[in-house]
Design a protein around this ligand. Structure first.
Ligand code: SF4
Length: 282
C-alpha cells in the first residue's frame, strides 16, 4: 500500500523538551513525581514510570523529592504548595504555555477581563486560569452569556485550538457588543502547522490515520479536522488498534500524528501499512 506521511507531525519541541528533562532528572535522581501524566501518550508514560517517574494527582500525595512540571504547566497555588513542602521543582512547562500565562496576567493587570477560548477541563487551560485572578474560559459562543457586556475583554486562546475555531469565537465575541476587545493570538505555530499539513494530506488519500493518545487535545483536534475533509479518518493510538478491514480496496493511505506521539509509533505504523496487502481482509 502507498503511504504518505504529513509534512509535519509527531513530537513538538515542548513535548520533546519535557521528555528529555524527565529522562535527565531520572538519571540524576533515580525517581521523581509528575503532576498528572507528563504527556498524553500511554507508551511514553509507562516507559518513564518504569524508569522511576511517578504520576500523582495531587501535591498532597508527595512527601519529599523532585516534582516535574509537565509541558501544560501548573497553577500558582500548585507551585507555591510544592515550594512550601520543600520539594525540588523541575519545570518543563512549554515556553509557549508560559507566554499564555504571562499574557493573561498582564491583561488582568491592565484591567481586562481575560477570556480564554478553550476547553475548561484541559490541564493547560486550568494552569492559565490558576496563574492569574480573572479568567473566564469559553468553549462556545453561548458561554459568553456569563460575561457582563460592560466588561473590556482581553481575548486569548488555548495553544492547541484550531485557527478556524479561534476566528469563529473572536467573531462571535465581537458581535456581542463588549465595550472593548484586545485579542492576542496565543495559538501554537507547531500545532497550526500540523493541522495545515494534515488537512492538505487527508484530501489526497483514500484513508487517513491520525496517531496519538485518546486524551491528547491536539491529536483529537487533528482527527476532527481530517474527518471533516475525509470521512475515512481513523484516530488510533498505534498499529495494534487498527482494524485491517478499513484498508480493504484502498490504495493510498495518509498518516499524521499528534504532538505527543513518539517517532517509533509513527515509524512502526507506516512500515506495517506499507507492507500491507490492501486486497486482503483482516
Ligand atoms: S503543542 Fe505547542 S504549546 Fe503545546 S507543548 Fe507543543 S510546542 Fe508547546
Amino acid at each position: 500500500m502507498r503511504v504518505l506521511v504529513a509534512e509535519k507531525c509527531g513530537f513538538c519541541p515542548g513535548v520533546r523538551n519535557a521528555i528529555n528533562l524527565a529522562k535527565r532528572t531520572l538519571e540524576q535522581e533515580k525517581s521523581a513525581y509528575s503532576l498528572g501524566h507528563i504527556i498524553h501518550n500511554e507508551e511514553v508514560v509507562s516507559q518513564l514510570s518504569k524508569d522511576g517517574l511517578v504520576p500523582v494527582d495531587s501535591i498532597e500525595d508527595i512527601e519529599s523529592g523532585t516534582v516535574l512540571i509537565r509541558s501544560h504547566g501548573a497553577t500558582l497555588d500548585q507551585l507555591e504548595d510544592i515550594r512550601n513542602k520543600g520539594l525540588k521543582i523541575v519545570d518543563a512547562t512549554c515556553v509557549l504555555v508560559k507566554r499564555v500565562q504571562k499574557i493573561a496576567r498582564q491583561l488582568n493587570e491592565e484591567g481586562y477581563k481575560v477570556v480564554m477560548i478553550g476547553d475548561k477541563d484541559h490541564p493547560e487551560v486550568k494552569a492559565v486560569v490558576g496563574s492569574t485572578d480573572d479568567v473566564e474560559v469559553v468553549g462556545t459562543p453561548e458561554d459568553l452569556d456569563k460575561i457582563r457586556l460592560n466588561k473590556k475583554l482581553g481575548v486569548i486562546c488555548q495553544t492547541t485550538q484550531s485557527p478556524d475555531h479561534f476566528a469563529d469565537m473572536v467573531a462571535a465575541i465581537s458581535r456581542r457588543g463588549f465595550s472593548e476587545m484586545k485579542v492576542i493570538n496565543t495559538l501554537c505555530r507547531e500545532t497550526m502547522e500540523r493541522q495545515t499539513a494534515a488537512v492538505k494530506l487527508c484530501r489526497q488519500v483514500d484513508v487517513m490515520f491520525v496517531l496519538g493518545g485518546k486524551h491528547s487535545a491536539n491529536t483529537r483536534k487533528l482527527a476532527e479536522l481530517c474527518k471533516k475533509h475525509n470521512p475515512q479518518t481513523y484516530h488510533l493510538q498505534n498499529w495494534a488498534e487498527l482494524d485491517k478491514n478499513c484498508l480493504f480496496g484502498k490504495t493510498v493511505a495518509g498518516v499524521t500524528a499528534g504532538a505527543s506521539t513518539p517517532d517509533e509509533v509513527i515509524e512502526e505504523f507506516v512500515r506495517n501499512l506499507e507492507n500491507h496487502d490492501a486486497g486482503s481482509v483482516g
